[in-house]
Ligand binder design. Structure first.
Ligand code: TRP
Length: 347
């Protein structure tokens, strides 16, 4: 943790005052509990404190899902629904559809001149992701997505970017690109800081280190309770534990890690003690967890059904947010082009 604190790209809320948050997600499918503990929960808390912009990064989604652009529209809607269900308040947070802001693509083109290919190739997040997806060759778009992500951030003049630790290399790159742009063209774009979510990962139901839609080991925020119960029942626990009275090791148990993320202190301690001493069986422990998750999701489901009955309202929220964000984007692009002395136009 020390090294994160010392990283110049990491925000220090106790020392500096930040104003505008930008975060985002690729709309590749429904959001899950991992997204909730890793970022959504934090965003809901932060929207009271900072001006918040949330980008539904549909173009970035194409970097890995370019074969199916026709799925984006539905996925954008589902992600928006997940946001609203979680408690993102459209009066406090501006939700933006990336592809409707062409200025981002334009700024990406200018930024792309300032980045060499090698650092992108060596970007640890790009490398991990390429490996996980089994990519042997990287497309230009995939390799360059951290550059367009820099444009996402810069175009909205955001100074605080709440992200998981895996996104830190991208924020470092964003700072480098912005610095170079400002120096070269005497411009004043804002250099962003990362606000690292402490709880940035939830393990998968199968014990895999990451809950992820592509691994099929996730509990989606939109799953119904019967399905969630079944998923929890199937989750990996301490495999050496055969009988409920066997002494267990919570440290290697998926269910215990979920208790850690979602239960209150008392239940966490009790679960740990009872498991270690063979006083609770996995079945009962899973039932306890189910109850906790149900309590968490119930109010979300209420908001979800409200908006499901008012789909137009959801699109309205998206279009209103995108329009508002578009004004900022065109201002920033104008500034950028003026500083580059390329603001010629027909007249
Ligand atoms: N790369 C981010 C992810 O995969 C999504 C994203 C796109 C983003 N644009 C952004 C995050 C700008 C923060 C800021 O989760």
């Amino acid at each position: 943790m020390n090294s994160i604190k010392e990283n110049a790209a990491v925000a220090d809320e106790s020392k500096f005052k930040y104003e505008r948050i930008l975060t985002g997600d690729r709309p590749t499918g429904p959001l899950h509990l991992g997204h909730y503990v890793g970022s959504l929960k934090n965003r809901v808390r932060l929207q009271d404190k900072y001006e918040t912009f949330i980008l539904i990064a549909d173009i970035q989604a194409l970097t890995t899902n370019f074969e199916h652009p026709e799925r984006l529209k539905e996925n954008i809607f589902l992600v928006a629904l997940d946001y609203l269900a979680c408690g993102i308040n459209p009066d406090l947070s501006t939700i933006i559809i990336q592809s409707m802001i062409p200025e981002i693509a334009e700024l990406t083109a200018f930024f792309s001149m300032l980045v060499s290919v090698n650092p992108l190739r060596h970007n640890p997040t790009i490398k991990t992701e390429a490996k996980e997806r089994g990519y042997k060759e990287l497309t230009y778009g995939f390799l360059g997505y951290p550059v367009s992500q820099t444009a996402d951030i810069a175009i909205f003049k955001a100074d605080l970017i709440p992200v998981g630790i895996d996104q830190l290399p991208h924020i470092e790159l964003a700072r480098k690109i912005v610095r170079k742009f400002n120096e070269l063209y005497n411009c004043n774009l804002i250099k962003p800081f990362a606000l690292i979510d402490k709880f940035s990962k939830l393990v998968g139901l199968d014990g895999n280190l990451k809950m992820s839609k592509s691994y099929g080991n996730a509990i989606n925020l939109s799953d119904n309770f019967d399905l969630i119960k079944t998923k929890i029942r199937s989750a990996l626990t301490d495999e050496n534990r055969i009988h409920p009275t066997d002494k267990g090791n919570p440290e290697i148990c998926t269910i215990y890690s979920y208790h850690n993320a979602f239960s209150n202190e008392n239940l966490i301690r009790e679960t740990e003690y009872d498991c270690k001493n063979g006083k609770i069986g996995c079945v009962k422990c899973k039932e306890n967890l189910f109850k906790i998750i149900k309590e968490l999701l119930e109010p979300m489901n209420e908001r979800r059904s409200y908006y499901l009955n008012k789909k137009d309202e959801v699109w309205d929220i998206l279009f209103t947010g995108t329009k508002k964000a578009g004004l900022i984007a065109s201002d920033t692009l104008k500034e950028a082009k003026e500083s580059m002395k390329i603001s010629y136009s027909f007249s």
